[in-house]
Ligand binder design. Structure first.
Ligand code: SAM
Length: 214
């Protein structure tokens, strides 16, 4: 997702270091210093405009959430959402590339990775860019606790099938698979912006939970 250029975004991001952490590499292995507790940390890679990560933080105050987004023009919308929610103490954002996660997180820093409506990169030659490619799984494993989990939602059947195969081939345990999440909507499901958009068009939402095995 790339929104039109917003020249004011950079300044707004800089003005809110209490939400968008300007120097995340300083906290590698020491995220307790940011949150003031040692509650589990769940990250969302590609958090877009932030509806999911903000909703999850409000719903689960005993879990710390970090939303990760690449683009200024997008993360600034998430920042607005966090500020509207009165900056929950258990929520932060990082404006970084998910491919660099191990610059900011050490092994055991993270308990769960959320991937929601990740860019599908349908061309085979772009497969390495998919956030469920084996190289990304290896990266997630390197920052997760033992038996850490990935929770993934998408409207894209091709990406979903690819991800099931990629995770199986990696040796992950597939704990939960749904081909139509909204047919039996879990009470605690927090919808993302894309989830609202695609489900309103009647498209099924695919969801899986997978776990690294030690
Ligand atoms: N998760 C949101 C949702 O479900 O509404 C946004 C989905 S949007 C299709 C994918 C988002 O992931 C975009 O905002 C994009 O900028 C971000 N993204 C893609 N690759 C990324 C990466 N390597 N690191 C961080 N963010 C990334």
């Amino acid at each position: 997702m790339r929104l039109r250029n917003k020249p004011w975004a950079e300044e707004m991001i800089t003005n809110h270091p209490e939400v968008i952490i300007p120097n995340p590499e300083d906290f590698k292995g020491n995220w307790q210093a940011v949150f003031g507790n040692d509650n589990p940390i769940h990250i969302e890679v590609g958090s877009g405009k932030g509806q999911f990560v903000t909703g999850m933080a409000l719903q689960n105050p005993n879990i710390n959430y970090i939303g990760i987004e690449l683009y200024d023009s997008v993360i600034v919308c998430a920042l607005e959402k966090v500020l509207e929610a009165k900056s929950p103490a258990n929520l932060r954002l990082l404006k970084v590339n998910g491919a660099d996660l191990n610059k900011f997180f050490d092994k055991n820093d993270v308990s769960r990775v959320y991937l929601n409506f990740s860019d599908p990169w349908p061309k085979t030659r772009h497969a390495k860019r998919r956030l469920t490619h084996g190289d990304f799984l290896k990266l997630y494993e390197s920052i997760l606790v033992d038996n850490g989990e990935i929770h993934f939602k998408t409207d894209n059947r091709g990406l979903f099938e690819y991800s099931l195969i990629s995770m199986s081939e990696y040796g992950m345990l597939l704990k939960y698979v749904s081909l139509d999440l909204h047919a039996n909507m879990p009470e605690d499901n927090v919808m993302t912006e894309y989830e609202e958009k695609f489900s309103a068009k009647g498209q099924p939402i695919y969801r899986l939970e997978s776990q690294f095995i030690t």
